[in-house]
Design a protein around this ligand. Structure first.
Ligand SMILES: Nc1ncnc2c1ncn2[C@@H]1O[C@H](COP(=O)(O)OP(=O)(O)OP(=O)(O)O)[C@@H](O)[C@H]1O
Length: 456
């Protein structure tokens, strides 16, 4: 089962937002404050003792009391801080799910219900925070009382034993006593924060240890730099999801190198599942997928995903320049190759109008069709970088486009990927009319396979 399905998104979000910010921002500050607070407390205690030497005698008693206060306080505050972090997970989950489904919520008029649920989760997440403030008030009160007792003792000693200290050093001792109070509070608060941040380190570490990795040790076959030449064989493949849904049942077919192959079927017939298994996002329950005779289950996933170029329904546009979007891992050294490809997909004018390939690209300033053409240009450049050794996988890449853009994309694919094996997934048979062979899926099984004329 895929790694992504087993990891709760809210936990992911919590680890990579709250825990990371605690580690990055709070931990260094808290560590610094603990060190400086400790030195301040020591210095203040020395100044108090210098003011009245008799006070030095009660310092061990004060330290003992402080030890008990912090023990009591930290035991509670540690738990409350953990609760504070944990109760935010459901809130983050609700927030991200709402963002993802905002159109559906609006369309069905569920705004009020979602707002109500969000408020409830917000309230829940604030409860530990409120309690944390309560116990901090308690700490302040107890420390104030302790210092007040010390001050009374200091004055009493000065009055009862007039020769024991000078007026000047008594003044210094009293001033230091006030500062001692502040330093103590700061020290204990910083200590708690440091502990919480270290807890974040521990949680992140256990997340790293416990999260299943998709890489398995037997994926060690190196298919070579020339892989894939393009022959694909799916052999008796069945695939079930975690919840028991059998998405593919005993599917077998072969695609010859350089062939254009269409996969059609109604919604839920298993097309996306087939593509996901080609890209090794999901592993088959039975059977195998072989590319040039190599079982892809034995090839590292990163290699499979590198050699199979996928053009999805919604193109991915990264924040960055046009060049970064076209060649994210900097494989193409020659900018003229990039402009030549942009010209072929009819995007060069647009890119030049926006300042050239090194100018910043904002995804929302491109239409859906333009984004798709950009992704196509990226695919062509990847093919060039791999010296043509790749398989192109199209997942409904032209389904939301107007006829002219669809025709342009089909034309470019036909010219640019002449020698490449192309797998096209489409709802409509018309989209894949010009392929060499079509596979029709129905409820996860092959219903027809053959040339377009035979299938149509
Ligand atoms: N993550 C999942 N967990 C459980 N079942 C799933 C999951 N994804 C898909 N399915 C089920 O597997 C079956 C095949 O789904 P799949 O998405 O592959 O179909 P499809 O042909 O691509 O449909 P569409 O054209 O609408 O995308 C469906 O019954 C679907 O409900």
């Amino acid at each position: 089962m895929s790694y992504y399905e087993e990891t709760d998104s809210s936990i992911l979000l919590n680890r990579f937002s709250q825990d990371m910010s605690l580690i990055d921002m709070q931990l260094p500050m808290a560590a610094f404050q603990v060190v400086s607070g400790t030195f301040q407390c020591i210095m203040n205690a020395i100044l108090i003792c210098l003011g009245s030497s008799y006070v030095a005698a009660i310092i061990p008693g004060v330290l003992f009391m402080l030890y008990w206060i912090q023990r009591f306080y930290l035991r509670t505050s540690r738990q409350i801080r953990l609760l504070d972090l944990e109760t935010k997970s459901p809130l983050y989950k609700q927030f991200t799910e709402t963002l993802e489904g905002v159109e559906t919520i609006r369309a069905l008029g569920w705004q009020e219900t979602f707002e109500h649920v969000a408020r409830e989760k917000l309230d829940m997440s604030q409860r530990p925070y409120y309690l944390m403030w309560c116990i901090q008030r308690w700490l302040n009160l107890v420390l104030d009382m302790l210092v007040a007792c010390l001050a009374v003792l200091l004055i009493a000693l000065a009055l009862c034993l007039p020769g024991s200290s000078s007026a000047g050093s008594l003044g210094v001792a009293l001033t230091s006593l006030l500062a001692f109070n502040q330093s103590l509070k700061a020290l204990i608060t910083a200590w708690t924060q440091a502990e919480t941040s270290i807890g974040s380190v521990a949680r992140t570490k256990s997340f790293e240890d416990e999260t299943p990795t998709e890489i398995s040790p037997d994926e060690d076959v190196d298919p070579g730099a020339d892989w894939p030449l393009g022959e694909l064989e799916v052999r008796n493949m069945s695939l079930s999801y975690k919840d028991g849904t059998k998405a593919l049942k005993n599917v077998s077919f072969t695609v010859k190198a350089g062939q254009k192959f269409g996969v059609c079927g109604r919604t839920g017939s298993g097309k996306s599942t087939l593509l996901s298994s080609l890209l090794r996002l999901i592993d088959p329950s039975e059977g195998a997928i072989l590319i040039d005779g190599v079982d892809i289950a034995k090839v590292p996933r990163a290699v499979v995903r590198d050699r199979l170029i996928c053009l999805p329904q919604d193109a991915l546009v990264f924040p960055g320049t046009f060049k970064f979007n076209l060649d994210p891992i900097d494989r193409i050294k020659d900018d003229s190759a990039i402009t030549a490809v942009l010209k072929r997909v009819h995007l060069l004018d647009l890119v030049e109008k926006r300042g050239g390939i090194t100018s910043e690209l904002k995804a929302d300033t491109l239409s859906h069709g333009e984004q798709q053409l950009l992704a196509l240009a990226r695919a062509i450049l990847r093919k060039q970088a791999a010296s043509g050794k790749c398989i192109l996988v199209l997942d409904e890449a032209t389904s939301n486009l107007d006829l002219a853009t669809e025709a342009l994309i089909q034309e470019v694919i036909k010219n640019e990927f002449q020698q490449t094996t192309v797998i096209m997934v489409a709802h409509r048979l018309e989209t894949v009319r010009e392929v060499d062979a079509i596979l029709m899926l129905e409820k996860g099984e092959i219903s027809k396979i053959g040339t377009p004329a035979e299938v149509l």
